[in-house]
Design a protein. Structure first.
Length: 324
C-alpha cells in the first residue's frame, strides 16, 4: 500500500469543504524545490542555532551579556540569510505559484515579522521609556506584524479564507471532535514529558516561556494589566492562527510531500520557539508540533483544525499560568 493510500485511510471522512476547496500536498516537487526549501528553511538555521549554542555558548551563564547579544545577532543573520536564499530561489522558480499556494506565508513569518521587530525595537530603544514598557511595545509590534502576515495570507492564498469559512459553517461538529482529541493528546504528552524530565535541566522553564511571563508579576498595576492583555491577544488570538498557517499550511506546500512535511513542520515549530538559544528544550515544542502536524495531515490539509486546537491549548495554558 503506497503512502497516499495510507494517508487516505487514516484521514477524517471527506466533506463538501474538502471537495470544493482541497489542499494540494504536492504542488511543489519534493525532490527539487522541496529539498531547497528544507535545507534553507530548516537544516541550515538549525545547524547555526546548535553551533552558536553549544560551541559559542549562546544563552549560557558562561558568557557575558554583550557577547551573548553578539552571538544571538550572528545566529539571526545566518538564519535570515539562509531563508532569503530559499525565498529568492522559489520566487524566481514560479512567482504565481509562490503566492497562490501560500508558500510566501512561511517567509513572511520567518523574515518580515522578526525584521519589523528588529527595526522598530531599535527605534523604541531611543525613546525614554522604562524597559518594561519597551517590552510591551515590542510585543505589540510583533502582534501587528503577525496580523499583517495573516491578512496577506487570507487575501493572496487561493481558497484559504473560503476553506476556513466553509469549515466553520459545515464541519463544526468535526472541529469540536478534533479539538477535543487534539487537546487530550497535548495534555497527555505534556504531562508525560514533564514527568520524564522532572528534576533535570530539561525540566526547567524554557527561556521562551520565561520571557513571556516575565512581567505578569510586575509591581506596577498598569504594566501588569497591559502586559496580560497584550499576552492574551498574542498567544490566543493572533499567534495560533499565524503560526499554523506558516508552520503547517506553508511548510506542507514547500515540502511537497505529506510525510516529509509532518516531520519538517514539527522540527520547524520547535526551532522557532528556541531561537533565543535554549536548544535543550526543543523536544517539548517538537512534540507539540508533531500533534499539530498530525492533525493537519489527517484533516486533509485544513488549517482550521490545527488553528483552533492550538488556540484552545494556549488558552488552557494561559489560565493555568494564573492558577499556578
Amino acid at each position: 500500500m503506497d503512502k497516499k493510500s495510507v494517508w487516505e485511510k487514516i484521514s477524517i471522512p471527506s466533506s463538501e469543504t474538502n471537495t470544493k476547496y482541497p489542499f494540494y500536498f504536492n504542488l511543489y516537487n519534493y525532490k527539487t524545490n522541496g529539498i531547497i526549501f528544507v535545507i534553507t528553511g530548516l537544516i541550515l538555521p538549525l545547524i547555526s542555532l546548535i553551533m552558536f549554542r553549544f560551541i559559542g555558548g549562546m544563552s549560557t551563564p558562561a558568557i557575558d551579556e554583550k557577547t551573548n547579544a553578539q552571538l544571538v545577532t550572528y545566529n539571526f543573520l545566518v538564519s535570515f540569510a539562509s531563508t532569503i536564499i530559499g525565498l529568492v530561489f522559489l520566487l524566481i522558480k514560479d512567482k504565481a505559484l509562490f503566492f497562490k499556494s501560500g508558500l510566501f506565508i512561511f517567509y513572511g513569518f520567518q523574515l518580515f515579522v522578526p525584521l519589523i521587530g528588529v527595526v522598530l525595537s531599535t527605534f523604541v530603544s531611543l525613546i525614554n521609556f522604562g524597559s518594561e514598557w519597551k517590552n510591551i511595545i515590542f510585543l505589540w509590534f510583533q502582534i501587528i506584524a503577525e496580523i499583517i502576515v495573516a491578512i496577506a495570507a487570507l487575501y493572496w492564498t487561493t481558497d484559504l479564507k473560503t476553506r476556513i469559512i466553509s469549515t466553520f459553517k459545515k464541519d463544526w461538529l468535526k472541529i469540536l471532535i478534533v479539538i477535543l482529541v487534539g487537546f487530550g493528546l497535548m495534555i497527555g504528552i505534556d504531562q508525560l514529558y514533564g514527568f520524564l524530565v522532572k528534576g533535570t535541566a530539561l525540566g526547567e522553564t524554557p527561556q521562551n516561556q520565561s520571557e513571556l511571563i516575565g512581567l505578569i508579576n510586575n509591581e506596577n498595576p498598569s504594566i501588569r494589566i497591559t502586559y496580560i492583555i497584550s499576552l492574551f491577544v498574542l498567544t490566543i488570538l493572533i499567534a495560533p492562527l499565524v503560526e499554523e498557517i506558516a508552520m503547517r499550511h506553508a511548510v506542507y506546500v514547500g515540502c511537497g510531500n505529506r510525510t516529509i512535511a509532518l516531520f519538517v513542520s514539527s522540527l520547524m515549530f520547535g526551532m522557532i520557539h528556541v531561537n533565543s538559544g535554549d536548544v535543550e528544550h526543543i523536544l517539548s515544542y517538537v512534540l507539540s508540533g508533531l500533534v499539530f502536524s498530525t492533525i493537519f495531515s489527517v484533516c486533509r490539509g485544513n488549517v482550521t483544525y490545527t488553528w483552533l486546537t492550538h488556540a484552545g491549548y494556549n488558552a488552557f495554558a494561559f489560565v493555568l499560568l494564573f492558577i499556578n
